[in-house]
Write a protein of this length. Structure first.
Length: 176
């Protein structure tokens, strides 16, 4: 029995090492071993207070234009809060959620929408076991010259509304 277990384990390792292309039909896509580290965006210099406030102003302006009430948080490249705004009437529970979305995006080097998709579409429930993950869109990275400067998190509306407000913030402060 031990020999069978060892053989199965060896075969699994061999398949994983060789699987550097899309999975074959019936193969678990999580068994594919990528050539490069995913989401390997380096951390860079932290976003300044002026840029963080500009991001907040853009998210608030977009939200006002649409009649939404949002909480908006901006963190630096180390996931530390730089600036925050709560629009009049925005729900209190979304204060912590906006900050959480921004921090999760910075810490895990990806949009929080990817966690949402991973759980809803990819059946990646293990993501729920990771500390500080939030599986809801509305946390987006601020990238400067290929490096993470920080992230914006918006909360108060639906996930898609939060994402629209975040994208307005990112558009306002992204260096081109």
């Amino acid at each position: 029995m031990k020999r069978i277990a060892v053989a199965v384990a060896f075969a699994a390792c061999a398949l994983g090492a060789a699987a550097q292309q899309p999975p074959a039909a019936g193969q678990n896509p999580r068994d594919v071993v990528p050539d490069k580290m995913p989401f390997d965006v380096p951390y860079g210099a932290p976003v300044s207070l002026d840029r963080a406030q500009a991001a907040i102003n853009a998210a608030v302006a977009e939200s006002k234009k649409r009649g939404w009430k949002m909480n908006v948080a901006v963190v630096d490249s180390g996931a530390n809060l730089v600036a925050f705004a709560r629009m009049d009437g925005a729900q209190l529970g979304s204060i912590a959620i906006a900050e959480h979305k921004a921090r999760a995006a910075a810490k895990f080097r990806r949009e929080t929408k990817l966690f949402e998709s991973g759980i809803q579409e990819g059946n990646l429930h293990y993501l729920l076991t990771l500390d500080d993950v939030i599986a809801s869109r509305g946390g987006i990275l601020i990238i400067d010259n290929g490096q993470i400067a920080g992230a914006v998190g918006c909360s108060g509306g639906t996930g898609s509304q939060d994402e629209v407000a975040c994208k307005a913030a990112i558009e306002a402060v992204t260096k081109r």
